[in-house]
Every structure is written in C-alpha cells, then in structure tokens.
Design a protein around this ligand. Structure first.
Ligand SMILES: C[S@@+](CC[C@H](N)C(=O)[O-])C[C@H]1O[C@@H](n2cnc3c(N)ncnc32)[C@H](O)[C@@H]1O
Length: 209
C-alpha cells in the first residue's frame, strides 16, 4: 500500500480514537508506562523525544527536570496531550505534528527516545526505528514498549489469524520483535515482559552508532 494512503488511514483512525483513547486504554497499559519511564533513567536537563506521544498519557510520569519533545501524526491526539500540559502545568514539553519516519530533527539531537504502544501502530516501524537511532546521540537510550508477536506457537498463530482485522483497526498484532530490531541494528540491553498476562514487551537499547 502506498505510504501517503497509510498515513491518511492512521490520521483518520486516531481522529476517531482520540476522544475515548484515555478512557479505553489507560488502565490496561499503565503499569508498563511506569516501568518504561524508570528504564529511561532520565538525568537532569536531558532532552527526551517521545515518538507517537498520542494523548500524552506518559506526561505525568516524567521527572520535572528534563525537556520533552513529543511528536505525533494525529492533530486530534496532540490536542488531548496539549490539554494535559495545561492541566499539569508543565513548561518543558514541546509538541509537534510530525511523521516519525521523516523527523525534522538533526542527528544526535536527543539524549534518549521512547515509544510506548506506538511501534506496532505505525505503517513503517523500520523507518521509525531508523529515525530514532539517527536523532538519539551515541550511547543514548532507546526505550520501546509494545506488543510483539508471541513466541508461543499457538498464541503467535492466533495473532497471525487476527492480524487482517487488527491492521484495519490501526495496529499490527503479529509484529515480530527480533527480526525488526535486527533490521535496524538495535540490540536489546534489557528486555522484559510487562502488563496483563505479560503480553507486552519493554525493551531498552543503547544507541551504538
Ligand atoms: C496506540 S497510539 C499510542 C499513543 C501513546 N504513545 C501512548 O502510549 O498512549 C499510537 C500513536 O502513534 C501515532 N502514529 C502512528 N503513525 C505515526 C507516524 N508515522 N508518525 C508519528 N506518529 C504516528 C498515532 O497517531 C497514535 O497517536
């Protein structure tokens, strides 16, 4: 499918999800978010990039001593994130409408980057991870929190079966974790399972470049 069309579909899907997103998704995804923030190990004045920040559900979890730039394709999701910035009185967060496969940032601009529940929701996960590597400085952290195809045979097969439906809803149910990271030259330094039924994976990679 052509990339412009895929981008339009993502925008349309998240315009639809934005009003109910926090209500539907926050409770089930929350434990993993807290662990992802801890894994980022943010230092004073660090500049952190959040890719596909969505409605900003991670915003209350960041320490106040860092700078955050959040990007997303969906204006409607970012509007919700902007509401949270105001409610929480945050003054070191910048939001930008941007395609994560073609980021408008220089090389090595960020100390770390994080993407929670985003990698399986983007049309081109390889392109997004390549950009994350490019914009994070050498030795910086890249933290990913996502559902990947299960390594248990029956569950993995089930995820393959439901994948056409999930793709139509806006995410991939059977994104394989190891081949994806290998393709972009990322080696997990930490990899652990989180959330309900340990169904999601939390990964930290040091950006070796
Ligand atoms: C499932 S939501 C996750 C939102 C948020 N990270 C969270 O933890 O709740 C996926 C987000 O990725 C965004 N997205 C999808 N493709 C994108 C792209 N190419 N560039 C930037 N954002 C994208 C969507 O608009 C949506 O807000």
């Amino acid at each position: 499918m052509d990339r412009a069309l895929e981008k339009r579909q993502v925008k349309r899907a998240y315009k639809f999800y934005a009003p109910a997103y926090d209500f539907v998704f926050d409770w089930i995804f929350h434990p993993g978010r807290e662990q992802a923030m801890r894994l980022l190990d943010i230092k004073r004045n660090d500049h952190v990039l959040e890719v596909g920040i969505g409605t900003g559900l991670n915003l209350p979890l960041y320490p106040t001593h860092c700078h955050i730039t959040g990007i997303d394709l969906s204006e409607e999701m970012l509007e919700k994130a902007q509401d949270k910035i105001i409610e929480l009185g945050l003054n070191s967060v910048t939001l930008k409408v941007m395609d994560a496969t073609v980021m408008d940032f220089g090389d090595s601009e960020f100390d770390s980057a994080v993407a929670t529940y985003t990698i399986s929701a983007v049309p081109d996960p390889v392109g997004v991870l390549r950009e994350m590597r490019r914009v994070v400085k050498p030795g910086g952290s890249i933290v990913l929190l996502n559902h990947f195809r299960s390594d248990r045979r029956v569950v993995g097969r089930l995820e393959d079966l439901v994948s056409p439906v999930c793709t139509r809803l806006g995410w991939k149910s059977n994104l394989p974790f190891e081949p994806l990271l290998k393709q972009v030259g990322l080696i997990p330094d930490i990899s652990t399972k989180v959330n309900l039924f340990n169904g999601w994976r939390l990964i930290k990679c040091v950006n070796r470049k």
